[in-house]
Design a protein around this ligand. Structure first.
Ligand code: G3I
Length: 417
């Protein structure tokens, strides 16, 4: 039986569909989401219909419409026509909205980046921008990316008009302004390549500490997750890195996940590796109590920023360019389903046939189980029909009650069928 069909049957019994957001919520996350591409929402019906599906995507992010160049292209001239597109879809469907982004060196109009500022005048510009944009979306955003990509990959501070004017003081200025504009949204620092736990990650940790030491509010750190097939850290390494931030008292999330192939078209084995990489990333979020959700940066290979930026690379998402679900979709749904059906106890399990690093099961959280189907039987616990009986990280029963047998659906999920 095809995995989505199997999961549909299992989760229908629990009032849950086997779609990504429903599975994520059943596994204890707040959401599984995607960014929405403003230009394609009204021109591509298939794209729009999938985006509209709250069971699949419980949270949306405007890909470009809320950025500074879109919202305040000229000083004091605010426009929300682009930002409102995805915000409107989310509102119509009852999906959460992540809002992106306020203070960023890129997609910054030249009147800001090329202006002649002192601390006082640029602080006023930042506060006016944040107050207006956050004011427009007040009450709609689960979270805002307040400061974006302030650190270089080598761990130095990224040059910008903000850094040259304030040094690092612009972090606290921005977070304070954000709190004043909308006290009820989560305020995030958001960056890429934090996943590798190197100099850049160290500096981002320092950034959080700088904001906190200034007495300014910061609620979360977004791991963008722009990763590469075959070079993605293991599930346990990723969880370790996430915990460096939750240890500071902030929540974390994957905010722009995509895992690109270094060359396309991808081989069938590369597609499997991509699925394992996605499962490791999503699994690491499940393993960390303060990780609230996963957002992918688009869902179809038909539309992605990657080929423009990395020519010859891409196909980094869960649906192919014909809107078919890829092996990576199944891997993500399986790792979510495994957690949703049976949160594993603290224990490490290794399957010899898996070449990537196996996930560590180092945490147990209070996330709710949808159902637990183990049953005592002579000779050891046995699962009933539909129950999980194997998969990476699984430490529950591996035998099934008669007449059912344990069938491997993928490396992450075996089931009594
Ligand atoms: O809107 C103009 C359009 O008028 C013009 O005709 C067209 C010509 O190229 O360009 C359009 O703007 C493009 C814009 O996306 C909207 O489609 C820009 O050229 C293009 O550079 C821009 O790319 C976006 C990129 O951020 C800009 O830095 C990508 O769509 C977006 O996915 C990407 O997202 C970023 C996150 O915000 C932050 N983290 C990294 C991530 C990937 O780069």
């Amino acid at each position: 039986m095809h995995l989505p069909t199997v999961l549909s049957v299992v989760f229908a019994a629990a009032g849950v569909t086997a779609q990504l957001n429903d599975l994520a919520v059943a596994a204890g996350l707040k959401y599984f989401g995607t960014c929405g591409s403003e230009g394609n929402i009204n021109s591509d019906t298939t794209y729009r219909n999938i985006l509209n599906n709250k069971s699949e995507f419980g949270q949306l992010v405007p890909e470009n419409g809320q950025k500074w160049d879109a919202t305040e292209p000229s000083r004091g001239q605010f426009t929300y026509s682009s930002g409102d597109i995805v915000a409107g879809v989310a509102k119509q469907n009852g999906q959460l909205l992540r809002c992106h982004t306020l203070v960023w060196y890129s997609q910054l109009p030249s009147w800001v980046s090329g202006g002649s500022w002192n601390r006082s005048t640029l602080q006023s510009v930042i506060e006016t921008h944040i107050n207006n944009v956050m004011g427009h979306y007040k009450g709609q955003c689960y979270a805002w990316d307040v400061v974006n990509e302030a650190v270089n990959d080598d761990g130095t501070w990224r040059p910008s008009v903000f850094l040259s004017t304030f040094n690092t003081d612009y972090f606290a200025i921005s977070f304070r302004a954000a709190k004043a504009a909308d006290p009820n949204t989560k305020l995030y620092y958001n960056d890429y390549n934090l996943e590798y736990n190197q100099a850049k990650t160290d500096r981002a940790v320092e950034l959080v500490k700088i904001v906190q030491a200034a007495g300014a509010p910061i609620d979360g750190v977004g791991f963008q997750g722009h990763l590469i097939v075959g070079s993605t850290p293991s599930r346990s390494a990723l969880a370790t890195t996430l915990k460096r931030f939750t240890a500071l008292g902030v929540e974390v999330a994957y905010t722009e996940l995509d895992i690109r192939h270094s060359s396309v078209p991808a081989s069938s084995s590369a597609l499997v590796t991509q699925g394992n990489d996605f499962a490791n990333v999503v699994g690491s979020c499940l393993d960390v109590a303060g990780c609230v959700g996963v957002t992918i940066w688009g869902f179809t290979d038909k539309y992605s920023w990657i080929p423009q930026t990395f020519p010859g690379q891409g196909d980094a998402l869960l649906y192919n360019s014909n809107f078919g679900k890829k092996p990576a979709w199944t891997s993500v749904s399986s790792v979510l389903a495994a957690k949703a059906t049976n949160p594993p106890p603290a224990q490490t399990t290794t399957l010899a046939t898996i070449t990537t690093a196996p996930p560590a099961q180092t945490t147990t959280t209070s996330r709710p189980a949808v159902s637990t189907t183990s049953a005592a039987a002579p000779g050891g616990a046995q699962q009933t029909r539909w129950g999980q009986c194997g998969g990476i990280g699984w430490s529950g029963p591996t035998a099934c009650q008669s007449p059912w047998t344990c069938q491997v659906l993928n490396p992450y999920y075996s089931q009594c069928l």
